[in-house]
Design a protein around this ligand. Structure first.
Ligand code: PEP
Ligand code: MN
Length: 337
């Protein structure tokens, strides 16, 4: 960090700051400029609340130089993390398509969707079972019954599955039924939940909160890694928009930025970010161009009849066409280098 002192700081205040830094075991220099005095400080500040140095006499501001996380960073680990789900399904190696309905609605409808997706070559099936809805009167998901359906259907189709956990009290049934546990945007900052998932070692699909900065997002992932869980997949899903035409702001520029900053795989969710089925194909292709490791797309045989998020869900025909284009684009990008 760098401590910047106010203009005309008295010498005794500089002495007090030096004493405090020495008492905290920190190395520093005092650089006196024409107007300002700067004190660059080095030492392990990961566990320090550097904000407290602002309360020292004559301190104008404190500038953090290093990031407050390290386990997730690409400086800490050079090679990319690959989350191995078994049976040849890996996230972070090649391109991963994750698809399925917003919610598991019934065994029959999920069966129909999984049959189609398997034919398309999709290896990971999504389906919400405990839904976090804005209204208590909206469809809340099938709960445990939905998780069991998701497990049965995905296993029958040789697929892996992912569903969102909303309450740590359901952890056991999630550990039993799914291959990846999703933490939704609204729970990205539920740190006690993250700690438990970190201890579980189970692959976690962590979605970015609508209001999280990239640093906040990576800090939440750090919670999982600091508990010993390296099986973490990050999902960019758009951030709060001031315009209500789209569901969120489609911030695909964060894909290459995140890929530079972290070794964890990055998935993009076009459905919840743009929020309009018609624009899901173009948004998906744009994310692929940005170098994403995979997509999570909501698909249903009859979006108008879906119990949740029908407006942003694509139908089979659109999925087929889009996935074909995605595969051609990936091939083109691989050839061009
Ligand atoms: C979801 O993927 O089902 C979901 C609710 O997404 P988000 O948490 O990103 O809103
Ligand atoms: Mn949804």
């Amino acid at each position: 960090m760098i401590i910047v002192l106010r203009m005309d700081t008295p010498e005794e205040d500089v002495e007090k700051i030096k004493e405090t830094l020495i008492a905290n075991g920190m190395s520093f220099n005092v650089l006196k400029g024409a107007k300002f005095t700067l004190i660059p400080v080095v030492g392990d500040l990961t566990t320090s609340d550097i904000g407290r140095f602002k309360s020292l006499p004559s301190v104008e501001k404190v500038i953090a130089v290093s990031k407050p996380y390290y386990l997730v960073s690409s400086q800490y680990k050079k090679e990319k993390t690959v989350v191995d789900l078994g049976d040849g399904v890996e996230v972070g190696k090649g391109f991963s398509m994750i698809s399925g309905p917003c919610s598991v609605e019934s065994e029959e409808s999920l069966e129909k969707i999984a049959t189609f997706l398997e034919e398309q070559g999709v290896r990971i099936l999504r389906g919400g079972t405990f839904k976090l809805r804005a209204s208590p009167y909206s469809f809340q998901g099938l709960g445990e019954k939905g998780l069991k359906i998701l497990r049965d259907v995905s296993s029958r189709h040789n697929m892996k599955c992912v569903s969102e956990i909303v309450d740590v009290r359901n952890l056991d049934v999630f550990l039993e039924c799914v291959d990846i546990i999703q933490v939704g945007a609204r729970n990205m900052m539920n740190f006690s939940l993250l700690k438990e998932l970190g201890k579980s070692g189970k692959p976690v699909f962590l979605k970015r909160s609508l209001s999280a900065k990239i640093d906040d997002f990576l800090l939440s992932a750090e919670y999982l890694l600091s508990e010993g869980n390296e099986n973490v997949i990050l999902c960019e899903r758009g951030v709060q928009a001031f315009d209500d035409i789209t569901r969120s702001n489609v911030n695909i520029a964060s894909i290459p930025i995140l890929k530079d900053m972290t070794h964890l795989p990055i998935i993009f969710d076009p459905s919840h970010s743009v929020g309009i089925a018609k624009y899901v194909p173009a948004t998906s292709l744009a994310a692929v161009l940005m170098g994403v490791d995979g997509l999570m797309v909501e698909t249903h045989f009859n979006p108008s009849n879906a119990l949740s998020d029908g407006y942003q869900t694509i139908d089979f025909e659109t999925f087929e066409k889009t996935y074909r284009k995605i595969n051609s684009l990936i091939k083109f990008m691989d050839e061009e280098g």
